[in-house]
Design a binder for this molecule. Structure first.
Ligand code: NAD
Length: 496
């Protein structure tokens, strides 16, 4: 049992009934149903979130459509200036925003600061839209005296549906690029931690985006489907679990929409005998237990190659057992709770299942309790002696549970990466350039780490993902995002 000092400074203790932000104003939705939103560390209800109806969604889409005509005619440089204003406001309010992320999602305050920083970086990159959106041309491209050029133009109304684990950042993988390129946006954050979006939209309002350009609609599955089905929504950006990502991809594509869907993950960390073990282990601990394992880039499978396995599991197990677990607003805490009691039960269910399948529970987080905080805690857990055919070796657990494998050679470790249905990230720890190069070339995952346990691309690079971890072709962030949110128009010109 670990004691956290109480009470910790919360931004507010209750956020009331949340509202939608549509057409530049906060409004109560028609929603007849509301969900309670608990703080995962305290278990206390800190807001109620509305489940917006199809009618609520239509109000947002109509507002966005009305705003689009003027916004797409606004010169890119002027659009960019609004992002500069937003960036300054986000910098000024970054600490409050981070603390609200802790209150609603449960990660530690340092992790929340990192998340908010990543969101700001996407605003900074999108503010470069006058350069990023340039097309290209070729004199005499079609024939002598006939020039050819490509213009990138906005498409219309886009909607973003995001998961609980990064309640600020994931929306920022998309909307700054959509809106900077001249489109209009409707955000549907996760119903499990919707409060940070209230603050974000307060800042969006103050930054001076015209009414209707960026909108917020709260809700869960039915609200998401209302957005996907709406005939005036031209494209969908989605992030969530693989089953949902695949269903959303199929549903939106069948309606002829643009769609990009990030899915779940089961990321492998490979440790070679020539790795610098101490550095590797502290990096792996941050990867596996950061955000309580609820990161789509979290390390979840550790593969020790050759003779390293024994030393690795000993060093890793010792480091994991020392992690301080508690309320993330306590600066000394290194791991917070998981998002909900249902999710805690699911994670504990996986540990039970691994044990039943024959894995050894080398470090057991099932009984962990945090004094003063009755929330949804699971301690760092290690499942050792895992075999590839076990359920825990294959399923995404999305909690602080790591499965340990032993491999004879690098090829076997790469095979562990490649047989997984997921392909979000894979990391190798090594001092060998040859091993690193082989891994980079052969491992089938979209984000590769070489001695980097959380291979998270910065805003001007696309956020990769393959196999069941991504459905679509153009990824979030960077140039991919610019292409996703624009049509290419070709102009062929002859002057007589
Ligand atoms: P989730 O799939 O339950 O929900 C994601 C979003 O989809 C939410 O806004 C939810 O309201 C909505 N939704 C739920 N069911 C739906 C349905 N049937 N139809 C339409 N919309 C629906 O995911 P979650 O539990 O909030 O998030 C965790 C998952 O997200 C994990 O699997 C994690 O790996 C994944 N994730 C992936 C990435 C990535 O980049 N690939 C990033 C972050 C999280």
């Amino acid at each position: 049992m670990v004691r956290s000092p109480t009470p910790l400074p919360e931004v507010k203790s209750h956020y009331g009934d949340l509202q939608n932000y549509i057409d530049g104003v906060w409004r109560s939705p028609e929603a007849a149903e509301w969900l309670d939103d608990p703080n995962p560390a305290t278990g206390r209800i800190i807001a109620r979130v509305p489940l917006s109806t199809r009618e609520d969604v239509d109000v947002a889409v109509q507002a966005a459509l009305r705003a689009w005509d003027a916004w797409r005619e606004t010169p890119p440089l002027d659009r960019a200036r609004t992002f500069f204003a937003l960036r300054d406001l986000m910098e000024r309010h970054a600490e409050d925003l981070s603390r609200v992320v802790v209150q609603d999602m449960g990660k530690t305050v340092d992790e929340a600061r990192g998340e908010v920083r990543r969101a700001i970086e996407n605003v900074e990159v999108a503010a470069g839209i006058p350069s990023l959106m340039m097309g290209y041309n070729l004199e005499d491209g079609a024939a002598k005296g006939i020039d050819e050029e490509v213009l990138y133009q906005p498409v219309g109304v886009f909607a973003g549906i995001s998961p609980f684990n990064f309640p600020v950042m994931v929306q920022f993988w998309f909307w700054p690029y959509a809106v900077a390129t001249g489109n209009v946006w409707i955000a549907k954050p996760s119903e499990q931690d919707p409060i940070p979006s209230q603050l974000v939209f307060d800042l969006i309002h103050r930054a001076g985006f015209p009414a209707g350009v960026v909108n917020l609609v709260h809700g869960a599955k039915d609200t998401a489907n209302a957005l996907i089905d709406h005939p005036d929504v031209r494209g969908i950006s989605f992030v969530g679990s693989s089953a949902t990502a695949k269903a959303v991809y199929a549903r939106a594509a069948a309606a002829g929409k643009r769609v990009q869907c990030g899915g779940g993950a089961k990321n492998v960390l490979v440790v070679m005998p020539d790795a610098k073990l101490d550095t590797a282990v502290s990096n792996m601990i941050a990867s596996c237990y950061g955000c309580a394992g609820e990161r789509c880039l979290a390390g979840s499978v550790v593969v020790g190659v050759g003779g390293v396995h024994e030393a690795l599991r000993k060093t890793f197990g010792e480091a994991a057992s020392k992690l301080k677990v508690g309320y993330g607003l306590d600066e000394t805490v290194r791991m917070g709770p998981v998002i909900s009691s249902a999710h805690r039960d699911r994670v504990v269910g996986f540990i039970n299942r691994g044990e039943a399948e024959g894995a050894r529970v080398a470090l057991d987080g099932r009984q962990l309790r945090v004094r003063d905080y009755p929330g949804y805690f699971v301690g760092p857990t290690v499942l050792d002696d895992v075999r590839a055919d076990m359920g825990v070796a294959q399923a995404e657990i999305f909690g602080p549970v790591v499965t340990f494998f032993e491999a004879d050679r690098l090829d076997d470790a790469i095979e562990t990466v490649n047989r997984s249905p997921y392909g979000n990230a894979a990391t190798i720890y090594t001092s060998s350039g040859k091993a690193a190069r082989d891994f980079r070339h052969h491992a089938r995952a979209g984000n590769i780490g070489i001695n980097v346990g959380v291979a998270a691309p910065v805003a001007y690079f696309p956020f990769g993902g393959t196999k069941d971890s991504f459905f679509g072709d153009l990824h979030p962030q960077g140039r991919d995002a610019i292409r996703f949110f624009t049509e290419s128009k070709v102009v062929i010109t002859r002057w007589l």
